[in-house]
Design a protein around this ligand. Structure first.
Ligand SMILES: [Zn+2]
Length: 350
């Protein structure tokens, strides 16, 4: 499943089309697209102004000229192209007059949101070139190229959002691991009585980590995936903070991990799979201590760890605090909301 590093690599590849205009949109299967008619109506004619990554989400900022109307830009489309729910605050509600950006001044900004799910790919292709099986969306660009969305399993998600909708959809997501200051990381994880693996996968705590980078980060930090956040010492929390940053940065530098079908916008695989220490290395020797890597289902996911250098019970046990205890030691500034651990959602749910 594409995680932070893969999505970042795709985002960097997509920056090549910033400044291009979308000239047409076409779909195959649409069961993974939120209101496909809305994309067909709103995206043609838009200028790709900005590409961002937010956790595992790709955000493509598409600008419409100020004051433009749907009727002008969507010839042949029926007027009620989208349901009321897409209308921006202040919209008059008629397709011919509705503005869907932040206001009348400046271009109206729409966001094409893409979650690659488990097997999603965004490819920049020559329109005359062969079409990969399971291609379900085509975005024609005015530079002659085509952006194609390919997804074998269709667990990905596409939708278009106004700025207000985008803000509301992104609000529940947690912090970006590469931007989170150490003190805030201590507070967020050190206050949770949940297993570390579940915490790292929980997109409300940190956004962008998935199974691969959670396992690799825990191995580097020498922490068992079932240790509780609130049981970690400050030194252990700091070690985990550093490990996550190192793993994420290195994975981005190596353009992601291609274990299943992940490729970048040019169809090239990443290379971080050559540098994995524990993920999917069950039974092979730990690169640090040579014990056999183990696999267990933790937080609903297959987890890989070294039983010798990621021990569960080495730290002073704070897990036996009485029920109702806040589970936070004085050294861990608390304040975060508590959340149960558990299996992560497959995508952000938009
Ligand atoms: Zn080991």
């Amino acid at each position: 499943m594409p995680e932070l590093a893969e999505v970042e690599t795709v985002a960097r590849g997509l920056r090549a089309i910033a400044g291009c205009r979308i000239t047409g949109v076409r779909f195959g299967k649409t069961d993974f697209i939120h209101q496909p008619a809305r994309l067909e109506a709103l995206l043609p004619g838009s200028l790709i102004a900005e590409i961002r990554r937010h956790g595992k989400l790709l955000l493509i900022g598409c600008d419409r000229p100020p004051g433009e109307t749907l009727a002008l830009r969507s010839p042949g489309k029926p007027a009620p192209v989208v349901a009321k729910s897409w209308q921006a605050p202040g919209c008059t509600g008629t397709s011919s007059t509705c503005r869907y950006g932040d206001g009348a001044a400046g271009p109206a900004r729409l966001w094409l949101m893409v979650h690659l799910g488990m097997t999603g790919q965004l490819l920049l292709d020559d329109p005359a070139g062969p079409v990969a099986p399971h291609t379900h969306a085509w975005f024609a660009l005015d530079d002659g190229r085509e952006l194609r969305y390919v997804d074998i399993r269709r667990f990905g998600r596409l939708r278009v959002a106004t700025p207000a909708e985008l803000a509301s959809l992104l609000a529940p997501l947690g912090a970006e691991p590469l931007e989170l200051p150490r003190a805030e990381f201590r507070r967020r994880l050190g206050s949770r009585r949940a297993g570390l693996k579940a915490l790292l996968l929980d997109q409300h705590v940190l956004r962008g980590l998935g199974n691969i980078y959670a396992d690799e980060s825990l191995w580097r930090a020498r922490l068992h995936p079932l240790r509780l956040g609130s049981d970690l010492s400050v030194a252990e929390l700091d070690r985990l903070w550093r490990s996550i940053r190192r793993v994420a940065s290195e994975a981005i530098r190596r353009r992601g991990t291609s274990i299943a079908n992940y490729v970048d916008t040019q169809g090239r695989p990443g290379t971080f799979q050559r540098f994995l220490r524990v993920y999917q290395r069950t039974g092979r020797p730990c690169p640090r201590c040579h014990a056999a890597i183990e696999r267990a289902i933790i937080a609903g996911r297959s987890s890989h760890f070294c039983p010798r250098c990621q021990r569960r019970g080495l730290a002073p046990s704070r897990a036996r605090k009485p029920a109702g205890s806040k589970g936070v030691q004085p050294a861990h500034p608390s304040g975060g909301r508590r959340r149960k651990g558990g299996a992560p959602k497959r995508h952000s749910g938009f």
